[in-house]
Design a binder for this molecule. Structure first.
Ligand code: ADP
Ligand code: MG
Length: 398
């Protein structure tokens, strides 16, 4: 890391060359559910080796079928626990990097019912109660909070400020999940020249001093998410949620100068991947059908452009959807991303499973170059403030 003063940029940018795989792609396969078992559905996925998935009965023209092998960074078999996902998905590295000032994103992709929400948050009934207690079924987000606080405790010489927000994108409208008082009034997504990134105007951000504050954000958002729906399943299959933890640190450097860094981590629960096609097939009559998965489609275009080395300098259409605007700084090459592709093992879901596995394979080809975000002006202000404090207390003692 380098400390430089640039007249073009208000930030000090230092690149981290040691990281090559900045998109980590893992797959989680859920167990067959009781309905599938009752219907005598069978599992078509096998696990031949580390990071590999073999899928049977893949159509191969006419009546022919073949088996197809896919490889990823990590594959979680149906028996894997929520804690396994924390330990082996690479999320811990993302949290460590967010603490160091990188912008990180973890997202779950997959068809409705494949286990996205289960993986990120755990079963919704955890959040029905006013004060949920910690259990084995808690998902990756809560486990990440615990890990984050453990990390911060170890770095007691650095001053950290945590803030969190939780939003939903439904029908290309951004809804604040923490501010139910605004009656689900859509918020505007704007470009910030100073931060060189998109942000949601008037989004409620909560100061989080302890783990309970972060848990409260998760719980409150989960409760408000279901408020907008008559049919929770239908609704959640069409909406995207983003829970963001902003981590700002002030670290003493030479000569009493403090360096301020601002990292963040987004946890993204995407709309069901089957929605992309439904959007196209339902036609343009319904506003809903028209918009619903614009975000998901554009995310697909962005991933396709980013992963295609031949089209390296291609235009990446981040600005075309709300979701990609908000994830641009993580995906655009300066961040670190974890994609958790969720699939069903059932024969009856074969087509969607293959689509998800192909999408995940494409995402694996993306290469990025993460940077730390620091603000030297802010660092200077912090230093000056401390000097003023010192002078004031000296005055008081005179
Ligand atoms: P999605 O959010 O992708 O639509 P859900 O997370 O709601 O899917 O999962 C659908 C159902 O399957 C839920 O009842 C959930 O509890 C169950 N489920 C998903 N993944 C697992 C898993 N790994 N182990 C046990 N049950 C799971
Ligand atoms: Mg869900």
């Amino acid at each position: 890391e380098r400390l430089t003063d640039s007249s073009h940029s208000q930030r000090i940018i230092s690149s981290c060359n040691s990281i090559e795989d900045n998109i980590n792609v893992v797959v989680r396969v859920r167990p067959l559910n009781p309905k599938e078992i009752k219907a005598r559905d069978i599992s078509v996925v096998h696990f031949p080796g580390h990071g590999q998935i073999l899928v049977d009965h893949v159509p191969n023209g006419g009546n022919a079928q073949k088996s197809k092998l896919f490889s990823y960074n990590v594959v979680f078999e149906p028996a894997a626990t929520q804690e396994d996902v924390l330990q082996f998905s690479g999320i811990k590295r993302l949290i460590e990097m967010a603490v160091e000032g990188f912008r990180c994103t973890a997202f779950c992709y997959g068809q409705t019912g494949s286990g996205k929400t289960h993986t990120l948050t755990g079963p919704p009934k955890l959040f029905n109660k006013k004060t949920p207690s910690y259990s084995d079924s808690h998902g990756l987000v809560f486990r990440s909070f615990l890990y984050l606080f453990k990390l911060l405790e170890q770095k007691s010489d650095i001053h950290f400020i945590l803030k969190a927000s939780f939003l939903e994108i439904y029908n290309e409208k951004v809804i604040d999940l923490l501010n139910s008082g605004t009656a689900r009034k859509p918020l505007a997504v704007r470009w910030s020249k100073k931060a060189r990134g998109f942000f949601v105007e008037n989004l409620f951000t909560v100061d989080c001093e302890e783990i309970d504050d972060l848990s409260a954000v998760l719980e409150e958002g989960m409760r408000n998410r279901s408020v907008g729906s008559h049919n929770m399943n239908e609704y959640s299959s069409r909406s995207h949620t983003i829970l963001t933890v902003h981590i700002t640190s002030e670290q003493p450097a030479e000569k009493g100068v403090f360096i301020s860094r601002s990292g963040k981590i987004n946890f993204v629960d995407l709309a069901g991947s089957e929605m992309t096609k439904k959007t196209q097939s339902e036609g343009k009559t319904l506003e809903e059908a028209n918009n619903i998965n614009k975000s998901l489609m554009v995310l697909g275009y962005c991933i396709a452009s980013l992963s295609d080395n031949k089209r390296r300098n291609n235009h990446i259409p981040y600005r075309d959807s709300q979701l990609t605007k908000l994830l641009a700084d993580s995906l655009a090459g300066n961040g670190v991303t974890l994609m958790i592709a969720c699939i069903s093992p059932a024969m009856s879901n074969l087509t969607e499973t293959i689509n998800t596995l192909r999408y995940a394979a494409r995402a694996k080809r993306i290469r990025t170059k993460p940077i730390v975000v620091m603000d030297p002006r802010e660092a200077l202000i912090i230093t000056l403030k401390r000097e003023v404090n010192v002078l004031q207390s000296e005055n008081e003692h005179l």
